[in-house]
Design a protein around this ligand. Structure first.
Ligand code: SF4
Ligand code: SF4
Length: 360
């Protein structure tokens, strides 16, 4: 396993880490097996959140006495300032759930705008409360997680208030590449979330097979190999659900030397640019102007699944996602309200009917 520096104080973490967001979908026994396989294979950074179902509880039970051998990170209050009292109460409960008496990292979750950044750092709110808990030894390090614009993310990390930053970064979504480089320069560890873009890059599609290079045998391995090839990334969080996924992730973690000194990162980036050029002009741009739909259909999300399947060949991924939607395209009552608002003049009613046939 490759370990990289996460904090300027010298903490080193495995380049692939354990995201606890998917263990609510599996049984307690399965969670135990997955977590312990990750421990056995050298993963030493485990990440969860209060709102990931029973993730904290399952992680606490699965880690057991090995908890002290790893770095444990959690968070609460997505895009919310939280008062000092709310933070204290939450941390007390989270400690119990995770069966520990301290957290290595607590993340300022979903600090997605400068406005929210100012709110969480205002006196009496989340950041101050975490700093107090750090003085008491309950929390060791504080980090930032953000989906803000890259420019705003840079402003946030330049304040020097955080020891690490979690950003959305993968072979397909690279808008935070410069943020990662700046953070590394400032001595702030970079944690990549969404390394498989929500599973999309793990699809065994022919169109995405340019990810499979060097020793990577699957598209998923190729996507992870791309991330570990970026030396500005300290670790990438993968939401593991099976022992096989852990083994595959750890295998990919070992591919950093396989991608170093190759032109593969640039060629993969170019591969996505070439595919993006095949996207027709009059296609849904996910602008959301058509929303809300009176039947609560997630119109842009459904069109994204269709367009991704057509352009990137990820039909199985799209079908799986569609299967999990509570309100599907065939719920359209053809009121026509959305069509009047679409700047792309998309025949939404007709396209939704086609989407349902394609994805059901
Ligand atoms: S036409 Fe269908 S999709 Fe559009 S707003 Fe009406 S119900 Fe929703
Ligand atoms: S208004 Fe049109 S382009 Fe915008 S999200 Fe809706 S369907 Fe897509």
């Amino acid at each position: 396993m490759e370990y990289r520096q996460l904090t300027s104080s010298g903490i080193k973490v495995s380049v692939i880490s354990f995201g606890g967001m998917r263990i609510p979908d599996i049984s307690e026994k399965e969670a135990y097996n997955v977590v312990n396989k990750a421990l056995d294979l050298g993963i030493n950074y485990f990440e969860t959140a209060y709102y990931y179902g029973d993730s904290e509880i399952k992680l606490g039970k699965s880690l057991g006495r090995k908890r002290k051998d790893i770095y444990l990170s959690t968070k609460n209050g997505y895009n919310k300032p939280m008062t000092g009292d709310e933070v204290k109460k939450s941390v007390e409960e989270q400690l119990k759930r995770l069966q520990t008496d301290f957290f290595d990292f607590y993340q300022m979750w979903g600090t997605d705008s400068m406005d929210m950044f100012h709110k969480i750092t205002a006196p009496g709110n989340k950041y101050g409360a975490i700093k107090q808990l750090m003085k008491e030894g309950v929390i060791k390090h504080v980090g930032l997680t953000t989906h803000a614009s890259p420019e705003d993310a840079e402003k946030m990390i330049e304040t020097g208030l955080f020891e690490c930053v979690t950003i959305y970064y993968n072979a397909y979504r690279q808008s935070f590449t410069k943020v990662a480089a700046l953070a590394k320069k400032l001595g702030i560890g970079v944690i990549a979330m969404g390394p498989l873009n929500g599973g999309f890059l793990g699809s065994e599609s022919k169109e995405l097979s340019f990810l499979k290079r060097g020793k990577a045998k699957t598209n998923a391995q190729g996507a992870l190999r791309f991330i570990v090839g970026n030396q500005n990334i300290a670790t990438a969080i993968v939401g593991f659900k099976t022992v096989q996924e852990v083994e595959e992730g750890v295998f990919a973690a070992g591919l950093y030397s396989d991608i170093t000194n190759t032109n593969d990162m640039a060629e993969i980036t170019e591969g996505f640019k070439v595919l993006a050029k095949t996207i027709p002009e009059a296609v849904c741009s996910s602008c959301n102007y058509c929303m809300p739909c009176k039947e609560k259909i997630g119109i842009p999300g459904i069109f994204t699944l269709v367009n991704n399947a057509k352009v990137y060949g990820t039909i199985e991924f799209s079908k799986n996602r569609y299967k999990n939607l509570k309100i599907k395209a065939d719920m359209c009552s053809k009121c026509g309200a959305c069509m009047k608002k679409c700047p792309q003049k998309i025949d939404i009613i007709k396209d939704l009917a086609e989407a349902h046939i394609m994805l059901k």
